[in-house]
Design a protein around this ligand. Structure first.
Ligand code: TXA
Ligand code: MG
Length: 370
């Protein structure tokens, strides 16, 4: 583990980590969203080591990270004005663009054989310095074991991957706490969100773009956005994550049951008084069965819940904070040995959209509407 100053990374430490990447190794490093597990995107053996360490299905392509726009010329030179606008406006930052791939440039393992590549320029000083020092595009998924919550601290990376990767650069906690927004430009001026994240639909609309949603990225709640296409969410346990539903997301990773704590989680939506009494009744029943219970609550309402472990994710008034704390809370339920978790929901404005997307995935789309 390499302790690096998160704001002003020490050049000698960056060089040490970059050397590992240049020699075909894997390095976990902080980004402003979550920690990534990086390898040289042109080196197939190095990229295979990422899949191996994470236990990641090989049909799920990786995001390629760059530190300089000029790097795109080598592997994704053909993109339009809307992409250019998005890059100028939101890079460096938590936005991933799916671009046409220049065939034969990156390792096929990065793109899982697709003719597109997902690219982002992270804004974290350690990530930028490391990519620049490595001198090559860096393929980096989140640095967790496949299926576990993404890591927002170096300690989370070690919990999952210690002994399976070559180095970890610890630059302190990541900022946003949720992964980047993944988009593709559908037609000039129209963006399709494949995975909601740190860059919100609102901010892309402010940049003059139309925003649509892939089914896997659509908001969960009704009545949230009159302009967008709706789809039926089905009942408990059904939804885009369910295998065999015949539905394929544009972003392959969205079909996997991600972000899940080990305990069974449900989201509960409705009037707060109803939520509190419903959850407390369920908690009693579960405790009577000998189960360890947990509630993921917002600060405003936490005191009303009577579970064995009530974890506060943040305030409803500051959803950015809640986003930062989500994955650490899901991991904490695991270390506390919680069997059953009930979680509050939040409005899907701004970062709340990405937060609800991750909550719903963690709960395998079990949403109880009271
Ligand atoms: O914030 C982030 O994006 C973090 C940090 C480390 O940058 N990375 C991350 O990577 O979340 P990962 O591998 O956990 O998620 C990548 C997502 C997956 O859903 C994957 O299917 C999608 O991006 N993706 C990758 N290449 C794609 C492509 N060519 N077309 C559509 N989706 C793609
Ligand atoms: Mg991931």
């Amino acid at each position: 583990m390499l302790q690096v100053d998160g704001l002003n990374p020490e050049p000698e430490k960056i060089k040490e980590a970059a050397d590992v990447l240049r020699q075909g190794g894997t390095v976990a490093f902080p980004t402003e969203t979550v920690y990534g597990l990086g390898a040289n995107a042109c080196d197939t053996l190095a990229v295979e080591a990422i899949f191996e360490a994470k236990g990641r299905p090989s049909d799920n392509p990786l995001i390629v990270h760059i530190s300089d726009l000029a790097q795109l010329d080598a592997f994704a030179p053909a993109y339009g004005e809307s992409e250019k606008l998005l890059m100028e406006r939101f890079w460096p930052g938590p936005l991933t663009l799916v671009l046409p791939l220049l065939a034969g440039t990156l390792s096929d393992r990065v793109t899982a054989g697709l003719d597109t590549v997902a690219v982002r320029m992270p804004s974290h000083p350690v990530a930028l310095a490391l990519i620049a020092a490595a001198g090559c595009p860096i393929a980096a998924p989140s640095a967790n074991s496949s299926g576990r919550p993404s890591p927002t601290e170096a300690a989370h990376v070690l919990d999952d991957l210690d002994g399976r990767i070559d180095a970890v650069a610890d630059g302190g906690p990541s900022g946003v706490g949720l992964e980047s927004t993944v988009i593709e430009v559908e037609a000039a001026g129209t963006v399709r969100i494949l995975r909601p994240g740190g860059i919100t639909a609102e901010s892309m609309r402010e940049a003059g773009l139309q925003v649509e949603y892939d089914q896997a990225a659509a908001p969960q709640q009704s009545g949230w956005d009159a302009g967008a296409e709706r789809f039926s969410r089905g009942t408990e346990g059904t939804g885009p994550d369910k295998p065999g539903s015949g539905w394929a997301p544009r972003s392959p990773g969205m079909k996997y049951a991600h972000y899940a704590p080990r305990g069974t989680m449900q989201l509960v939506e409705g009037e707060i008084d109803n939520i509190v009494s419903f959850v407390n009744d369920q908690v009693k029943d579960a405790q009577a069965r000998g189960e360890c219970t947990g509630v993921l609550a917002f600060h405003e309402h936490a005191a009303g819940f009577e579970a064995d472990h009530v974890l506060v994710i943040g305030s409803l008034a500051h959803l950015e904070q809640a986003a930062q704390g989500l994955y650490a809370a899901l991991r904490a339920f695991d270390s506390l040995g919680v069997d059953r978790i009930w979680a509050q929901t939040c409005p899907e404005a701004g970062i709340g959209h990405a937060l609800m997307n991750r909550l719903a995935k963690a709960a395998a789309h079990r949403i109880i509407r009271l």
